[in-house]
Design a binder for this molecule. Sequence first.
Ligand code: BES
Ligand code: ZN
Ligand code: MG
Length: 505
Amino acid sequence: MQIKLEKAGLLDFGCDLLVVYSFEDSDGQNNEIGVLDAALEGAMNKLMRQSGFKGQTGQVLVFPTFGKIKARQVAIMGLGKVKDFNTDLIRKIGGRAVQIAETQRAKNLTIFLLGVNLEGFSPQLCAQALTEGALLAAHKFHLYKGRKHNSRDINKLEAFTILLKDGRILKTAQNGVERGGVLAEGVLLARDLVNAPSSDMTPHQMAAEAKKLALRGSGITCKLLDQNAMHRLGMNAALAVARGATHPPVGVHLVYRPTSGAKRQKSVAIVGKAVTFDSGGLSLKPAKSMETMKIDMAGAASVIGLFKTLAALKPKVAVHGIFLAVENMPSGSAYRPGDVVKTMDGTTVEVLNTDAEGRLTLADSLTYAIKQKPDVLIDLATLTGACVTALGEDIAGLLANDDALSDKILNAAKLSGEELWRLPLRSVYGEQIKSKIADIKNIAGGSGGGAITAALFLQNFVGNTPWAHLDIAGPSYTEKETRPDLPFGASGYGVRLLAEFLKDI
Ligand code: BES
Ligand code: ZN
Ligand code: MG
């Protein structure tokens, strides 16, 4: 689908579907509707009255124009109250517009750029949000549909045209469309990787996906660590998790370096959890809990998605993307409850539950990351069911050893529309992961606060580096279909948030 910007009047534009909108409480904002209604000889207002359309959020009215104007159909969408308007609503409108076009079998759609005449909303941000919403809603994951699935039955929206009343904002709006397009591409890549079954998205394949981004001119390089290299580096915790699987583990180290800029560049390391399938290992999960465990590499998928955007966004910081891809399986060679493993930094860990494997792979990933001497370290991990219990499925948990970093990330999340809530890294709870026979153990043992004790485990491996941990077990995947830009399956949580964070660090 192509996103275009045009400066044109409402009635000048021939298209299959024209999308307009209306606030619940502001008549002044809606002169488009007056223009349309006049051209349609009063039919529009009549329809709105008859169907009880008042402009509340989520209300939609679609009707044909019978040749009275150039557009074949009109959709009018409710925006709710002006005071509640925000950029995330623009994303939802963009996505909803695409959905309506699909059900109305429209090949092209025209929509006025919304929000620009409200105070505090720049044309760039409005155009970016509309683009994100549209592209994220339009993408379909059909790779695994069989021969009988006829993709021609699905309407393909070819053009999404954003109309501007004022030509002077064309350039800034264009920047927004471009940025939105790049971000959506990164998010959709992350989604596709997570949605792919574990039988295809193996550790080896994760590495191949990262390698694809190291193109000439992108500023990105990619180094792979095979099992032997991981062994030489002493990544015994990650190797222990991988031991039960037939698929060998692979370590990935992506680096983005800005071409120009300051003498001493800041650098950020982003670590992702990359368990390509989490069966629980010998501490086997129940069948129901295993159904979605192909998503346990969502953190690393977001790292790959982020790097896809970096090549185009070219931020002024150096970025390391690091993950150790493993599969967690039970077998005769699997690591056992009771085993003690020595991590890359020499910490000994008593493994009491092989299903708390994420923190083991992350221990070595974080050690490897701080060896790169980053100014800031962030990890993303589908780490605990406890975080989902604490915050629900829509909100990620944030745990950080640095308030300024935490605030920056929360702020980036607000701009990207990804929900995030800080949890305390309460050091006293660290007592719960002390081991009698080793330095620490990998589970706290059933006294609640599981998202916190997991983060405290990770904290052992970050030293004094400003560090933030995002527990994305909840929002990385959804089956609820509550918003048009977030269909069934993987969300790509974190890609836009991190791109936003890197923008002005
Ligand atoms: N992959 C899971 C966490 C998870 C749960 C992700 C639900 C997505 C949705 C993780 O490896 C795990 O199994 N964690 C255990 C930890 C426990 C054994 C301390 C959990 O949350 O139950
Ligand atoms: Zn697990
Ligand atoms: Mg979920």
